[in-house]
Write a protein that binds this ligand. Structure first.
Ligand SMILES: Nc1ncnc2c1ncn2[C@@H]1O[C@H](COP(=O)(O)OP(=O)(O)OP(=O)(O)O)[C@@H](O)[C@H]1O
Ligand SMILES: [Mg+2]
Length: 275
C-alpha cells in the first residue's frame, strides 16, 4: 500500500512539474508577443492614423468627405509620396498628419503621442520641435526677407545666431538662391518662393517633413536639385519625408506611393520592390 502511495505521489509531482513548465512557457510566449507588438509600435511607425475622417461643412446639405476612413502607418526614414487627382484630399491629409487641422473622427499618433489630444499651445510646440512643413501656398511671411523667413523658425527653437547663419547660408547655397537672401517674398518668383519654403522646412533638421506639392512650380533642374537635397537629408539624418505630388518626376523618386481617390486610400505600393 505504502509503495503504491509513494508511486502515486511521485506521479502527481511529475505532472505538477510538467504543468508548471507549460504555464511558464505559455506566459513567456505571451510576454514575448506583447513585447514584440510594443516594440514594433514604438520603434517603427513614426506616424500612424486610425480610421481618420475629415468632413468639411458636415452640418450643411453638401458635406465634403475630404479624408475618408484612412488608416496608414509611416515608418521612420520613409520617402513617401501621396498622389491622386486634384481634390482627392492630399492637402487635407497632410494638414491632419501635421496637426494643422483637427479630424472629424479618428486618431493621429506621432512618435507615440496622440496629437488630437494635445491642446492648441501643446500642438504648436510639438510641431516646432518635430515637424517641418512646406505649404502648397508657401505661406512665407511677406514682411521678412528670404533669409529671415528661413531663420525665424530656428530662432523660435533657440538655435544660437552663428549656427543659424551657417545653416541658412548652407541651405541657400543648396537651393541656388544665395543671391536672393535679402529679397522679400514679393520680389521672388513662385518657384523661388517655393524653394525658400522648402529651405524653411528643412532648416532645423526636423524629424519629419510634410511637404505639399513641393515641386509644383519648379523646372526640371530645380526639381532634381530639391529632390537631391531631400534625399540627402533622408539618408544622412534619417529624416522622414511625406509629400503630396502630381509630378511624375517626384513620383519616380519616391520609395512608396500612397494613392488617394475621393479621400480614400486606393493603393499603397512600395516602389523599391519593383526596382
Ligand atoms: N476649408 C474647406 N472647406 C470646405 N471644403 C474644403 C476645404 N478644404 C478643402 N475642401 C474640399 O475637400 C476636398 C479635398 O481638398 P484638398 O485640398 O485636400 O485636395 P487636394 O488633393 O490637395 O487637391 P489639389 O491637388 O488640388 O491640391 C476638395 O473637394 C475640396 O474642395
Ligand atoms: Mg492640395
Amino acid at each position: 500500500m505504502e509503495h503504491f502511495l509513494a508511486k502515486f505521489a511521485k506521479h502527481i509531482k511529475k505532472k505538477v512539474i510538467e504543468l508548471t513548465r507549460l504555464i511558464i512557457v505559455i506566459s513567456y510566449l505571451e510576454f514575448i508577443c506583447l513585447l514584440k507588438i510594443d516594440f514594433w509600435d514604438f520603434t517603427m511607425s513614426i506616424i500612424k492614423t486610425i480610421n481618420l475622417n475629415k468632413i468639411y461643412d458636415a452640418e450643411t446639405e453638401i458635406p465634403v468627405h475630404a479624408v475618408n476612413d484612412v488608416s496608414l502607418e509611416f515608418e521612420a526614414g520613409e520617402f513617401t509620396a501621396i498622389i491622386g487627382p486634384s481634390g482627392c484630399g492630399k492637402t487635407t491629409l497632410l494638414n491632419l498628419l501635421g496637426g494643422l487641422d483637427r479630424p472629424t473622427s479618428g486618431t493621429v499618433t506621432i512618435d507615440g503621442t496622440d496629437i488630437i489630444k494635445l491642446s492648441s499651445s501643446e500642438i504648436i510646440d510639438f510641431r516646432l520641435r518635430n515637424i517641418g512643413f512646406v505649404f502648397q501656398a508657401y505661406n512665407l511671411v511677406p514682411v521678412l526677407t528670404a533669409k529671415e523667413n528661413v531663420e525665424f523658425i530656428m530662432q523660435l527653437q533657440g538655435i544660437p545666431k552663428q549656427q543659424r547663419e551657417e545653416r541658412v547660408l548652407q541651405l541657400f547655397e543648396q537651393i541656388g538662391l544665395k543671391d536672393r537672401l535679402n529679397n522679400r517674398p514679393g520680389k521672388l518668383s513662385g518657384g523661388q518662393q517655393q524653394r525658400v519654403a522648402v529651405a524653411r522646412a528643412l532648416a532645423s533638421k526636423p524629424k519629419f517633413v510634410l511637404a505639399d506639392e513641393p515641386t509644383a512650380n519648379l523646372d526640371s533642374k530645380s526639381t532634381s536639385n530639391l529632390l537631391d537635397i531631400m534625399e540627402k537629408l533622408n539618408e544622412v539624418e534619417n529624416t522622414t519625408f511625406i509629400f503630396s505630388t502630381h509630378d511624375s518626376r517626384v513620383m519616380k523618386r519616391a520609395r512608396r506611393l500612397v494613392s488617394l481617390e475621393d479621400g480614400k486610400v486606393v493603393s499603397d505600393n512600395n516602389q523599391m520592390e519593383h526596382r
